[in-house]
Ligand binder design. Structure first.
Ligand SMILES: Nc1nc2c(ncn2[C@@H]2O[C@H](COP(=O)(O)OP(=O)(O)O)[C@@H](O)[C@H]2O)c(=O)[nH]1
Ligand SMILES: [Mg+2]
Length: 278
């Protein structure tokens, strides 16, 4: 049974659901991280429908709250294009960059990964280890290399090889918004000297709930985020964050991570997602 299954079953079983039942539904929605606005909207819609139709009403409003923007990965008609992976440290950027590279490689696309989180030696090692395991090339620089120079070299290499995708794992330090704007802006401009950047994917950790949403807002103000990867949906009873984010930012969730291994990654499917919630 999904996150709201129990309370919906209860409401359905009564001819007239009580105020306490509706409150219970609203609390369940809040606990699932739908956020206050959406939780009260959904409860009101369910309440306006008859109790036996509550599930349909909820499913409809959840569906309508999802972004109508395309969830496809944007690319160029020909020649390489770049995907920037951004987000706070620990959210799952490096893991998701590797998973995404593998996802494309399985479709016979040519991919180069760039280890641009040069502030942490372990982050470069981590991506290189993924690359070896998955048989995907990884561009990297020396110890504490300037991220922009690593990215520039990687982009030139990728252009020479005529890859389909250049996937760039960036640093997630977030001292101030100004730092973030300056750093991500620089990385993007450097890549764009060589090839177009078609996607900036923001990685958000589902277990951080509404805090993740706040992070999302900061990044969306700093750069043109084109899509979201939600990670750690496996370890979370808070799957509602995908909805809260799409509603608040109108940026489509494009992929979800559901575990630490390479297979735990898939394009976001709204139908499966909503079924899972209900
Ligand atoms: N359970 C779970 N763990 C994940 C997922 N994605 C990443 N992780 C783990 O989260 C931790 C941080 O991931 P990492 O890619 O290093 O984050 P980064 O600092 O943003 O690059 C690692 O232990 C990953 O294995 C996911 O979808 N589910
Ligand atoms: Mg990392």
């Amino acid at each position: 049974m999904g996150l709201f299954g129990k309370i919906i079953a209860k409401i359905k079983g009564t001819a007239d659901a009580s105020t306490a039942d509706w409150d219970e539904l609203e609390v369940a929605l809040l606990e699932a991280d739908l956020g206050p606005t959406l939780s009260s909207e959904v409860t009101a819609a369910a309440r306006a429908a008859r109790a036996e139709n509550a599930a349909d009403a909820i499913s409809q409003i959840l569906r309508a709250s999802l972004s109508s923007k395309s969830r496809e990965i944007l690319r160029t008609d020909s020649g390489p294009c770049a995907i920037l992976i951004v987000g706070v440290n620990g959210t799952g950027k490096t893991t998701s960059a590797a998973k995404l590279a593998h996802y494309f490689a399985k479709q016979d696309a040519k991919v180069l990964l760039v280890a641009a989180d040069t502030f942490r030696a372990a982050a470069v090692e981590q991506l290189r280890t993924w690359g070896e395991r998955l048989d995907i090339d990884v561009a990297f620089g020396g110890d504490k290399a300037d991220p922009a120079s690593v990215v520039f070299d990687g982009a030139q290499q990728s252009m020479a090889r005529q890859d389909d995708f250049l996937i760039i794992d960036t640093a997630g330090r977030l001292h101030t918004k100004d730092d973030l704007v300056a750093e991500l802006g620089k990385v993007k401009r450097v890549v764009e000297k060589v090839m177009p950047v078609r996607e900036i994917l923001l990685v958000l950790d589902a277990t951080t709930g509404q805090n993740g949403l706040a992070q999302g807002k900061v990044f969306a103000q700093a750069v043109d985020v084109t899509g979201i990867i939600i990670t750690k949906l496996d370890g979370s009873a808070k799957g509602g964050i995908a909805l809260a984010i799409e509603k608040a930012l109108d940026i489509p969730v494009k992929f979800v991570g559901t575990g630490e291994s390479i297979k735990d990654f898939a394009p976001f499917d709204p139908d499966i997602y909503i079924q899972g919630l209900l």
